[in-house]
Design a protein around this ligand. Structure first.
Ligand SMILES: [Mg+2]
Length: 315
């Protein structure tokens, strides 16, 4: 199916499209805001969706914040919404362990930030303190250092490793994570596998780069919780059983996470051009012979989410 640009839709088409969904799941960075600034028009469209009776969920692969921090951000930037409408991957990681009955006398080794440990606190799961390790790591000359000893370093009550974005990742943390994962009963959970972010001409390594390092050292594949894993939608459905995939619109700026999540769950999809992927990319995928690339094509495209406002304000 080719992608339809909203500018090429008649008012009648926009109206029937709008009536075809009653739940909106939206990515945040690149759709609603960039950094600390709301993208012009996005708050008004989200609020208009609510006025039209649609339920809105914010879904983000970012693992660095507790939902409370997102709540503050959506309030400050004028999007509104309740805490339970915010699904981040730190929350997802804690919910995942809780849902699979993680033994609360055991612990989690976390590579990541306080967003994850605060969510673990909420479900009563214990963890080792983040960043308590040597920040100097080790080098191959001192590899016979007597400190490097599993009996001394490893806490035998650890039964899961959660890996999220960690700006202070180092060889020591990689060693600890890989060593815990040598026990195949230890669960290996990663919040997301986003490769990188682009900012001002720089490539900032994302969680996916850190996942690759741990995965290589441990020789194991993790469970990746974030988009495009259907878990992100499944948790919304579990909490709100009335949500129907075919009547849910997934909005995103990135095809291989946001749009693919939509495709993986049977949702409708809308891509906006204010973030990672452009309309030109969509055109390339439309004509690609690679079926994986064809799956990245969204149903609809808007240059900005705010462009919808004019089309839906009088409905
Ligand atoms: Mg995004």
């Amino acid at each position: 199916m080719p992608c339809t640009h909203i500018n090429h839709m008649s008012d009648e088409d926009v109206k029937s499209w709008l009536n075809s969904f009653d739940t909106v799941m939206t990515d945040c960075d690149g759709v609603l805001w960039v950094g600390a600034e709301a993208i012009q028009g996005s708050p008004q469209v989200i609020n208009r969706f609510r006025e039209l009776g649609k339920r809105v969920f914010f879904v983000t692969n970012n693992s660095t914040k507790h939902r409370r921090e997102y709540k503050q951000k959506v309030d400050t930037l004028g999007f509104g919404g309740d805490l339970d409408e915010i699904i981040g991957t730190a929350y997802l990681a804690a919910s995942y362990l809780e849902d699979c009955g993680f033994d609360k006398t055991k612990k989690v080794y976390v590579v990541g930030s306080a967003g994850i440990t605060q969510e673990l606190d909420d479900v009563g799961i214990q963890y080792l303190p983040i960043g308590a390790e040597s920040s100097s790591g080790f080098n191959l000359e001192t590899i016979n250092d007597s400190r490097l000893n599993a009996d001394q370093l490893l806490d035998r009550s650890v039964e899961a490793v959660i890996l999220g974005f960690d700006g202070g990742i180092n060889c020591w943390k990689l060693m600890m994570a890989a060593s815990y994962l040598a026990n195949h009963n230890t669960q290996f959970i990663v919040t997301n596998a986003d490769a990188c972010f682009l900012r001002a001409g720089l490539i900032l390594p994302g969680t996916g780069s850190m996942v690759a390092a741990v995965e290589t050292a441990a020789g194991r594949k993790p469970i990746i919780l974030g988009k495009p894993n259907p878990l992100m939608f499944e948790i919304v459905q579990k909490r709100h059983p009335s949500v129907k995939p075919e009547r849910t619109l997934m909005i995103g700026d990135r095809a291989d996470t946001d749009i693919l999540l939509g495709k993986n769950c049977g949702l409708q999809t809308l891509m906006v051009g204010t973030g990672v992927h452009s309309l030109e990319k969509v055109k390339d995928w439309e004509t690609s012979t690679d079926s994986e690339e064809q799956r990245l094509v969204p149903d609809k495209f808007a240059d900005r989410l705010g462009d919808l406002l004019d089309r839906i304000k009088d409905l």
